[in-house]
Design a protein around this ligand. Structure first.
Ligand SMILES: Nc1ncnc2c1ncn2[C@@H]1O[C@H](COP(=O)(O)OP(=O)(O)OP(=O)(O)O)[C@@H](O)[C@H]1O
Ligand SMILES: [Mg+2]
Length: 474
């Protein structure tokens, strides 16, 4: 008998039947113990955590139903199967209410019992598998909606757990779309500062001349257009967190002022000499290599060290492909919720978007390099959800053009049509162009078929017909 054999308790007062059942179930691979009465069974249950209990319903003393109830109360995961001697389904139903999984009526073939047992075990296995998946989904939220189970991501979660509660300055680097802003927000929300403000400022989005006033505020008349006194972002973030995005784009002059603000936690509003003190946690982000910018003389070394107290490096998506299926599921859930706010009602109307991705589509998603990282993946899934409304699965055709099988049509949309040396299949070629244009029109109209049809000078019904044909395409 293998170590992981299931432990089974048979409760039956007819000795001969009990012995026969025990022998056959032992042959079937179970580790079997026997009890001749409900009382005896209770004693054994108190001493040992059986996986399965099979009990006769009619027993002298404590009956089978009571025994099932007691067993399930003690071991919620135990599988209970009852054997009913009188064909009284009513008793069996009562036992099931009390927690039995199934019942077999006497007389029975041992096969029937084994079958009931196997299906109960299978049901249990599926249940715990679902529980496992759900637990995984929960766990992926280990850091505020930052999804990932790859090694670099789990290491990141660990690091964030450690540093978030502190007030240390953090420098987040990573390519575009890797989640720098989500991480910055997660850090704030996992710090004691969460009750205060998270103030984000994209340093590259504000003209150089206005950035200083944006950061530190200004007083009336400080510059043309400064009509009143105004708080800067540092002041707004007092006791909270300031997120300085794309910090690498700051001019040399501002870098110096920022350095002072970081060192002393004090500054003056533009046009004012009054010094303001703040308590702010600083999180900076860059999608460049700030270290290299220092080496090249484009970024102050002292400021770099002030910012880079705790470096957080976000890996590009192509280096953690095992996160792709999780992210795909996450974005599917997100866009489905947006699409099907009425849940089952939408599904019933056939207006629902699919909740799964075909194997082939997933393979392609995983094989792609994702230069735009998670943001690009998110956009691709949003588009696919829009294109696949009314179908059961997202397929390759719903993915952006980079994912389509190399079709001559792709180049022809922007370049000249060339006739290859070996010729081409005109019908297939034309329909690939048609498919591409239909997809683009749907993309542009967020899946609105009426507007997409108008863009293509088609009747809506014609577009729907064409879509059906595309779907049937092998
Ligand atoms: N690990 C992740 N789990 C779930 N969503 C993510 C993850 N990483 C990024 N996203 C999502 O991807 C999008 C881009 O993320 P974010 O804006 O944080 O990127 P970024 O690194 O700041 O990009 P950029 O440098 O272009 O500003 C957002 O919608 C964000 O919610
Ligand atoms: Mg960003």
């Amino acid at each position: 008998m293998s170590d992981n054999a299931k432990h089974l308790l048979i409760v039956e007062d007819e000795t001969a039947l009990r012995a026969a059942m025990a022998a056959q179930l032992t042959d079937a691979g179970y580790d079997v113990q026997e009890a001749g009465s409900g009382e005896d069974a209770l004693t054994r249950l108190a001493e040992f955590a059986f996986d399965i209990i099979i009990t006769d319903l009619r027993l002298p003393g404590i009956d089978g139903s009571e025994l099932v109830e007691a067993a399930v109360a003690r071991y919620p995961d135990i599988i209970a199967i009852v054997v009913t001697g009188y064909g009284t389904v009513k008793d069996a139903v009562e036992a099931i209410k009390r927690g039995a999984e199934d019942f077999v009526s006497k007389p029975f073939q041992i096969d029937e019992l084994v079958h009931a047992l196997n299906s109960a075990l299978e049901k249990r296995r599926l249940k715990s598998e679902n529980a496992y998946l759900r637990a995984q989904l929960e766990e992926r939220y280990r850091f505020e909606g930052i999804i990932g189970k790859s090694r670099p991501m789990t290491q990141l979660f660990q690091l964030l757990e450690t540093v978030a509660p502190t007030s240390s300055t953090i420098l987040i680097s990573g390519e575009t779309g890797t989640g720098k802003e989500v991480v910055a927000r997660a850090i704030h929300h996992n710090s004691p500062r969460r009750v205060q403000r998270f103030v984000a400022l994209n340093c590259s989005a504000i003209p150089e001349t206005l950035l200083e006033a944006e950061l530190f505020g200004h007083v009336r008349g400080a510059f043309t257009g400064a009509v009143g006194n105004r708080q800067g972002r540092f002041e707004q973030a007092h006791k909270g967190t300031i997120f300085l995005d794309e910090v690498g784009t700051m001019s040399a002059g501002l870098q110096m002022k920022l350095l002072r603000a970081l060192q002393e936690r004090e500054f003056e509003r533009v046009g004012d000499s009054h010094t303001i003190k703040v308590d702010v946690r600083v999180i900076a982000a860059t999608n460049g290599d700030l270290g290299r910018m220092v080496a090249e003389g484009q970024f102050r070394e002292d400021l770099f060290y002030r910012l880079n107290v705790i470096p957080v490096q976000l890996p590009p998506l192509r280096d953690r492909k095992e996160d792709i299926p999780l992210l795909v599921q996450h974005f599917l859930d997100k866009f489905l919720n947006e699409r099907n706010p009425n849940g089952p009602a939408d599904v019933a109307r056939g207006a629902a978007a699919p909740s799964t991705v075909s194997q082939e589509a997933m393979r392609r998603l995983m094989a792609f390099g994702w230069p735009g990282n998670v943001r690009q993946l998110e956009n691709a899934i949003e588009r696919a959800v829009a294109l696949s409304v009314g179908r059961s699965q997202i397929d390759v055709v719903d993915l952006p053009v980079e994912f389509q099988p190399a079709a001559p049509a792709l180049s022809t949309l922007s370049a000249d049509v060339t006739l290859p040396e070996e010729g081409l299949d005109l019908d297939a070629f034309m329909s690939s162009i048609e498919r591409e244009l239909i997809q683009r029109s749907l993309e542009r109209t967020s899946g609105n078929k009426g507007r997409a049809a108008r863009l293509l000078h088609l009747k809506r019904t014609t577009l729907v017909e064409k879509l059906k044909r595309i779907d049937r395409r092998p």
